[in-house]
Design a binder for this molecule. Sequence first.
Ligand SMILES: Nc1ncnc2c1ncn2[C@@H]1O[C@H](COP(=O)(O)OP(=O)(O)OP(=O)(O)O)[C@@H](O)[C@H]1O
Ligand SMILES: Nc1nc2c(ncn2[C@@H]2O[C@H](COP(=O)(O)O)[C@@H](O)[C@H]2O)c(=O)[nH]1
Length: 299
Amino acid sequence: MPRVNPPEVDRVAAAQAAVAARRARAAVKRSVADRSRTALDVAETAWKGQGGPESTLRVRELLTSVPGLGPVRAAGVMERLGIADAKRVGGLGVRQRVRLREFLLEREGASPERARLVVLAGPTAVGKGTVSTHIRDNFPGVLLSVSATTRDPRPGEIDGKHYYFVDHAEFDRLIAEDELLEWATVHNQNRYGTPRGPVDAALDAGDSVLLEIDIQGARQVKRAMPEAVLVFLLPPSWEEMVRRLVGRGTESPEEQQRRLETAKVELAAQDEFDHAVVNDDVARAAQEVVDLLAVPAAR
Ligand SMILES: Nc1ncnc2c1ncn2[C@@H]1O[C@H](COP(=O)(O)OP(=O)(O)OP(=O)(O)O)[C@@H](O)[C@H]1O
Ligand SMILES: Nc1nc2c(ncn2[C@@H]2O[C@H](COP(=O)(O)O)[C@@H](O)[C@H]2O)c(=O)[nH]1
């Protein structure tokens, strides 16, 4: 027999239930924040459909309880995943669940205690330098490795900031003394290499490191350090990449042609990478790379 109560009793019971539900949701959020549970575990519980506090938690609340994800970054993540602001975890559609699960898997695999080595590679003029500079300027928690190179500085490039500009004898010495984590002759012309010391020191100190290097170098890093995360930066289209190369105006037409030949080979290697990021917008592409590094956003 259904019970019939006076309206006051129903209202009091409903208010008590709402308070209990809010407390339960707050407890779930605290358990993610203090890492006694992962956000993915919470989401999976909600999707088992038992109607507990996990399923009525808003996705925004779940994400902002993940260490290192503030409201602004959480909003950006939701926009990327195609999840509306008011959505509750239990109310997500199948595709949204798949996207959120993938995001949380990646994010929680990249726990902030585990420093990561991320390698950003891609074809010429896709914007590797631009995206890396954006990360260096906006995410002080990331160490951007400074490479050694035998090429001449371009106008405005500073020795020790953009590259260590060295002659061939010095580059030979760096190789002979095993001071480079990887090195390669790029575009059949100049040699470039990653100094090993600063990378090792940063990882030992628990700091994540970003390398912006070519594909041959990325393969060498993966062989030496299989835990490194390889990210392939893609242009929105081949034509846009050519426009960027020509528009940059730093190479002669012959050098542009040489780089485009290398680019065809490089684009064929994108499947060897762990992740692909399209550089249609610098800030968004940089954010995607930073999410893979799992470092706190700039204040
Ligand atoms: N998202 C973007 N939208 C429009 N232009 C961009 C974008 N990202 C970079 N660019 C422009 O494209 C050009 C090439 O960028 P950048 O020099 O960073 O490429 P790169 O991948 O480092 O090239 P390389 O490997 O040849 O050194 C620059 O003029 C830069 O301003
Ligand atoms: N293997 C490595 N490649 C590197 C390194 N530093 C930069 N690069 C790549 O070289 C090309 C050309 O650079 P540019 O500054 O002359 O335009 C570009 O693809 C870089 O990613 C390195 O240490 N190792």
